[in-house]
Design a protein around this ligand. Structure first.
Ligand SMILES: [Zn+2]
Length: 408
């Protein structure tokens, strides 16, 4: 079985190793199903007795089911296989961003059902939740109850208090102490609701994701570059939450204390150098918090159109992106020095321009990492088309054994 650092174990919550083994078992069943107990023990590199204990527990909780296979193995008894238990109802995944929110439906194994839709974001939380209820009802064909909807997972760019479902602070949305869960309960009744920070959800989606081998790496970091910068950290197979569930806010670590103003109110945060807004502002020769009226050309410029300009040989656009690439690499070097992860995943619209940015990012990483091994850290791009934030939101419902503690 995957090892846990025994010195960390005392600090971790009770039952941690059991939790991790359950997560590994569930991932392996999901990615290899139908899978026999014997295969599962091989995949987990552990003995049959351990697997029997784990599987019995998962069967009892209804998370997996076991079925007899048709063909006999020739020894009289028909072999049985394990499957992840699927529910009929759909999970709703919501990704909340600065100007738009995105909605995706998935089946109970997290597979996408239908197209991703987007709708304008309302800055007022109550208005947002009302429009969200309307959109969810429409997506589910008019009905909205716990039979049609298996649960709603919402990812928010900001710090969350999961005990009471409050958004403590979201610089991107300019929300402070918003009781999001209570507002949602008023609209969604007894439907299960889970909230999560977007960076953490992206990291969860990587632990849960199917990447062929089915085994997640133990130490990973996900950096989501969008309107803001979200970071999720997994160490020893567990998402790092910290005492108040707010750990991982690398986006607000200063690159320079005299740098450009950040949405959080401070100066020179990493986010103020690399967010999409920062890159676009750089193209127009101004800083993020420039209070002057936004010219029409600038308000219509998106990171996608900026990338298109760079590809059409607009030198200024390319330079703006290259600067972002350098700052991205410098910040990543700090994360690598601190966490020494097995892999860093990078998501967000800017990954569409990775061919233009990669060498600059990697040079900056090499420049500031403290050893040559760290300088060679593995980086993997997660294209926007894979919807890591929505996948993470869906995993809150479809992978309860993985995801955040239940808040509802
Ligand atoms: Zn900041």
């Amino acid at each position: 079985m995957r090892k846990i650092n025994p010195r960390d174990f005392k600090l971790a919550r009770r039952g941690t190793s059991r939790e991790i083994n359950r997560q590994i078992a569930l991932t392996l069943i999901r990615t290899h199903q139908p899978v026999s107990r014997a295969d599962l023990s091989r995949l987990m590199e552990t003995n049959r007795a351990n697997v029997t204990l784990l599987v019995n527990e998962l069967l009892e909780e209804g998370l997996v089911r076991e079925e007899e296979q048709n063909e006999s193995n020739g020894r009289g008894r028909k072999p049985t296989s394990l499957f992840l238990n699927s529910r009929e109802s759909l999970a709703v995944a919501i990704d909340v961003r600065k100007t738009k929110a995105f909605l995706m439906l998935t089946d109970s194994t997290g597979r996408q059902v239908g197209d991703v839709i987007s709708f304008p974001m309302k800055p007022d939380p109550s208005e947002f939740v009302r429009s969200l209820a309307w959109q969810v009802r429409k997506a589910l064909g008019g009905t909205l109850d716990s039979t049609s909807c298996g649960g709603i997972g919402v990812v928010v760019p900001g710090m969350l208090d999961l005990r009471n479902g409050t958004v403590i602070h979201s610089p991107t949305l300019r929300w402070r102490n918003v009781e999001l869960l209570d507002l949602m309960k008023q609209e969604f009744g007894d439907i299960e609701i889970h909230l999560e920070n977007s960076g953490k959800a992206c990291a969860l989606s990587q632990i849960w994701s199917v990447r062929g081998d089915g085994t997640a790496l133990n130490d990973i970091v996900f950096v989501s570059v969008s309107d803001g910068v979200g970071v999720g950290i997994v160490v020893n197979g567990e998402l790092v939450r910290g005492r108040h569930n707010t750990a991982g806010e690398f986006g607000h670590v200063p690159l320079s204390i005299d740098g450009p103003p950040c949405a959080c109110g401070a100066n020179g945060c990493w986010e103020a150098y690399i967010s999409n807004i920062a890159t676009i502002s750089r193209y127009f020769g101004s800083s993020v918090a420039d209070r002057r009226p936004v010219p029409v050309e600038r308000s219509e410029c998106t990171i996608e159109s900026l990338i298109a300009k760079a590809r059409a040989n607009d030198g200024k656009a390319l330079a703006a992106l290259q600067s972002t690439a350098r700052y991205l690499g410098l910040g990543l070097a700090s994360i690598i020095n601190v966490i020494d992860p097995s892999r860093i995943y990078i998501g967000g619209e800017i990954t569409e321009a990775w061919d233009l940015l990669e060498s600059t990012v990697k040079d900056a990483i090499k420049e500031r990492t403290l050893s040559s091994e760290l300088g060679e850290a593995s980086i993997r791009i997660v294209p926007a088309i894979e919807f890591p934030r929505l996948k993470g939101a869906a995993a809150l419902i479809t992978a309860p054994a993985f995801a955040a503690p239940k808040v509802a």
